[in-house]
Design a protein around this ligand. Structure first.
Ligand SMILES: *Cc1c(COP(=O)(O)O)cnc(C)c1O
Length: 431
């Protein structure tokens, strides 16, 4: 067989997009070509043509300390010299041991057993697998389904997709591949609470766990809910004897104003997933953290009771070193105070959009500010216009949002707000 011909560069695509890369979530035939980034600093992305964009979304919510923080860079350099990677099966190393101990110390309750992976989706897969195997290890079979919530997003792999909002495009198209799960509305009032209780009761013998993104459903549209809703879910899960999985992949590490969103509801889940900001936006790393009680179901003389999972690059030392350095920064620098200041600025700055025709809602929670339009706007036009004004964002569906670095400077945050408000006004008028 001959090698396939090198694909031609599609018309309008930049050389940097090159015709070989397959891009994420993009209809490449019609989308604008990607911008070529060459450098980053602070909250800024420098493009190959010399332009500089203020990043309003911290590289998909990861770069909480801004880009190129010298403390993280130094820790990574030191680890790079000593040991960039070593397999984790049968071996251990200080960066992972330290990181696991520190995460256990920071997380509420007895969340204390840390399983490292390399992406958020896989952290969710591991959580689902833990829940399913938990029941098998207890000698109970048939409990494999998960109760999840409408509006949720938990990742792109098959298991994670199966617990994403069932009306979302991806879910609908891949339905035949996905395990079938149970979906409920978030229990925002007595009626939805009763519906959740009823679903948990009627599915009792098939359910393995409940999963939810605490306080804000991120990729589902920056949909916020008050801590009482989360507390209600935790109470019902407990009453029905089901482990609660919190997906804090987006909310973890200060985004909602507390280090972890679950703190605001005063609850401790049985399993918690972390990723996005774990390494301060430098390297891929994720963690699935379980309580002692969950872990104890896997602690056995039976080899088959062990957790059957082990990604090749799990607990990569370089990524763990970056994560440890990121945790140092949470200890040494006032990140939560910065998140609170950003929250106030977002609330003030976005206030002029509230109640405007064409604007359905403005939501601010912690360092997240979201503008929801009454009708889906022209996303490409909006992005282009914002790039022309020096702003990098990634609106989706009917939502334009800001989730800047917690270290964003005042002038950069002002620029983000000023341009987002201007464009949102213009879009709302044309819609
Ligand atoms: C981003 C995200 C995921 C998936 O993480 P990946 O690293 O992209 O696989 C899962 N859950 C939530 C809440 C997320 O925001």
């Amino acid at each position: 067989m001959t090698a396939p011909a090198r694909p031609p560069i599609p018309p309008g695509m930049s050389r940097s997009g090159d015709g070989h890369l397959w891009r994420p979530y993009t209809q490449m035939k019609t989308a604008d070509p990607p911008l070529e980034a060459v450098r980053t600093h602070g909250s800024r992305i420098v493009l190959a043509d010399g332009r500089e964009l203020v990043d309003g979304i911290a590289s998909w919510w990861t770069a909480v300390h801004g880009y190129n923080h010298p403390h993280i860079a130094a820790a990574m350099r030191a680890q790079l010299e000593a040991m960039p990677h070593v397999m984790f099966g049968g071996l251990t190393h200080a960066p992972a041991e330290t990181l696991a101990r520190r995460l256990a110390g920071m997380l509420p309750g007895d969340l204390s057993r840390v399983f490292f992976t390399d992406s958020g989706s896989v952290a969710v897969e591991v959580a689902l697998k833990m829940a399913a195997q938990l029941w098998l290890n207890r000698g109970v079979s048939g409990r494999t389904r998960v109760l999840a919530f409408r509006g949720g997003y938990h990742g792109d792999t098959m298991g994670a997709m199966s617990v994403c909002d069932p009306e979302e495009g991806m879910h609908r198209r891949f339905g035949a591949y996905l395990p079938s799960q149970i979906f409920c509305e978030l229990p925002r009032d007595a009626e939805t609470e009763a519906a959740l209780d009823a679903a948990l009761t009627s599915r009792r013998d098939t359910l393995a766990a409940v999963i939810v993104e605490p306080l804000v459903q991120g990729a589902g549209g920056m949909l916020t809910h008050p801590p009482e809703v989360l507390a209600r879910i935790a109470r019902l899960a407990r009453r029905h004897g089901l482990p609660l999985i919190l997906d804090e992949i987006f909310t973890g590490f200060g985004r909602t104003g507390t280090l972890f969103a679950c703190e605001q509801a005063g609850i401790v889940p049985d399993i918690l997933c972390l990723s996005k900001a774990l390494t301060g936006g430098t390297l891929p790393l994720a963690a699935t953290v379980a309580t002692d009680e969950i872990f104890s179901a896997f602690w056995s003389d039976d080899p088959a009771a062990a957790l059957m999972h082990g990604p090749t690059f799990m607990a990569n030392p370089l990524a763990c070193a970056a994560a440890n350095a990121s945790l140092d920064l949470f200890e040494r620098e006032p990140r939560l105070a910065q998140a609170a200041a950003i929250s106030r600025r977002l609330a003030d700055g976005l206030a002029p959009l509230r109640g405007r025709p064409g604007i359905a809602q403005v939501r601010v929670l912690g360092a997240i500010g979201a503008v929801q339009f009454a009708a889906a706007p022209d996303l490409a036009r909006m992005k282009r216009a914002l790039v022309a004004r020096g702003v990098w964002v990634r609106p989706f569906g009917d939502v334009l949002y800001l989730t800047p670095a917690l270290t964003v400077s005042e002038p950069d945050l002002d620029l983000l707000l000023c341009e987002v408000v201007r464009i949102a006004h213009a879009e709302a008028q044309t819609a």
